[in-house]
Design a protein around this ligand. Sequence first.
Ligand SMILES: Cc1cc2nc3c(=O)[nH]c(=O)nc-3n(C[C@H](O)[C@H](O)[C@H](O)COP(=O)(O)O)c2cc1C
Length: 202
Amino acid sequence: MIIDINSLPPNDQYKLLIGTIVPRPIALITTYSEVSGDNAAPFSLFNVMGEDPPVLVVSLESRKTDHSLKDTTLNIMENGQFVAHTVDENLSQAMNICAADFPPTISEAGVAGLTLVPAKVVKAKLIQEAPVAFECEKIAFIQINPHRNILLAKVLMMHVRDNIIDPTNWRVNKENYHPIGRLFGPSYTRTNDTFDMTIPKY
Ligand SMILES: Cc1cc2nc3c(=O)[nH]c(=O)nc-3n(C[C@H](O)[C@H](O)[C@H](O)COP(=O)(O)O)c2cc1C
């Protein structure tokens, strides 16, 4: 089957892309606004883009209902700061609650039973229960259509739960780190069924 994806309506393009590019990592992003306070929401159009400086990317869509900007987008436009947390199995139910479209003045983290603690350098709070957190500042928003902004951001500070990373070599201990991945619709995947391959020498 060949699909001329650009000839399809945006919603079908979206379905094809997010259904085939799987699994995707999930960032549970906290932001802060002087007006509406703390906010938390998950984003799976998220990834690392490189180091020196350490750069992350997040794709922020407008609300499907009225095309208004999501609270996360508005808050990052307000002060350029956020914290991206990875999501493990223990955090998955709370992450899902944070995806509901709460009014801006309600703290999703509070509703989801998560503990917010001050970050080191940004105004957005850290989620204490998260295995890994990246304090970030905006580099740029790139608007790719009227309803989607791609955010490039620099990581300023990293927080990692004890036992996940060996500080002598910065390697991750995969026995102690179980992030989940987003598939499509309501489906997710675990990361504990792994296998190893060594690249052959040419
Ligand atoms: C696992 C998961 C991944 C999501 N990924 C994205 C995403 O990449 N971009 C996006 O705009 N919305 C995404 N959403 C939807 C937002 O989390 C949702 O619209 C949320 O209500 C936004 O909250 P806010 O208005 O507080 O920012 C995702 C939802 C879930 C459950």
